[in-house]
Design a protein around this ligand. Sequence first.
Ligand code: NAD
Length: 372
Amino acid sequence: MTMTCLASPVLARLYAPGEDVPLDTDAPQSLRIERGARTAQPVIISLDSTHRGPALGGCRVKPYASWLDGLEDALRLSAAMTAKAALADLPYGGGKSVIALSSDTAARYAGVRRGDLLADIGEIVSSFDGRYITGPDVGTAPDDMAVIGQHTRHVLCRPTSAGGSGDSSAPTAAGVLACITAVRERVFGGRPARELTFAIQGLGHVGRLIADDLARQGASLLVADTEPARLRPAGRWHARVVAAERLLTSEADILVPAALGGILTPQVVPALRCRAIAGPANNQLSDDSVADSLHAHGIIWAPDPAVSAGGIVGAVAREIDRVPEPEVRKLLAAIGDRLGTILDESARSGRPPSHVARQRIRERLTGPGGGS
Ligand code: NAD
């Protein structure tokens, strides 16, 4: 057991050699790895925290070199969901499910046996009795949630035709756009988007909605995507297409990461030519120290757990709280107001926005109503 654990950096962090007990308070509240009854495929579910309420977090189904890499992703992503829910002031915690496929099983579960895999996931989610609520993530979509939803009530973002709130890209984009407004107000003296240049990395589900809206506001856009087909609307936006490897370091007022995590590294920071960064990509920093380096370089980084919360805020409001649509829009706009208070506190105290955000998360997880 210990030998296997030490093969994984995350487990090496949690367990000391020869020890069976977790040593680190970063350990998730609960971690379960269970094989599905139909497929025998291991389903990894990490509940990072349920102190503020049931753990929210999507279901990731993708190939990994080893299931231990999937386990690492589950631990890391569930902790990020705790931060996201706490910063959005939701009475929920963070969780994640990961199904780590191999190159052999990837084809099987994209095809005829997908229904069996989704049924297995639904049954395992159901066994948490509401302590874990799943939804779409990389490799799963609203249609998959409809199948999972035949086995558990604790699933968000089923298609609207199946009673869910559907794809979360639009509320996520709405939250990002509210945050961009907060950044314009705090960093650019309220200058309108049409006077600013935005560099958008990734024109997928969320990135293209952000680009559409900013183009409508008359903003100048630089865009990049590794999939040439995604660049087709660039002409309509009067956007300049930039090679994917050059986008990050292009000269722009606001960089909008909407593709991958881990893009902001110690090496990239000195080469950046933007004044602020605000985008939906999860886990943008390669490590926490990068936030300090951005601050030292005078670049305002809007913490991604605050910026990317629109998907969960919208799904909880529509499917659990059954809030009327005008109220949902106000809740999505409030994501920008919350970021604004983080940026204000950062400006007042001289601390990086990430430090302010971290302190808020800590207070919400340990303060009144936040459990222990
Ligand atoms: P997506 O997969 O639809 O789009 C990502 C796009 O990025 C794709 O078009 C891809 O080709 C492109 N891309 C990949 N590598 C690139 C590179 N090096 N340079 C430029 N483009 C590249 O994903 P999405 O749903 O639009 O989400 C975007 C980001 O926001 C992801 O990091 C996701 O985790 C995060 N996020 C999404 C949601 C949501 O509701 N969809 C919610 C919260 C956070």
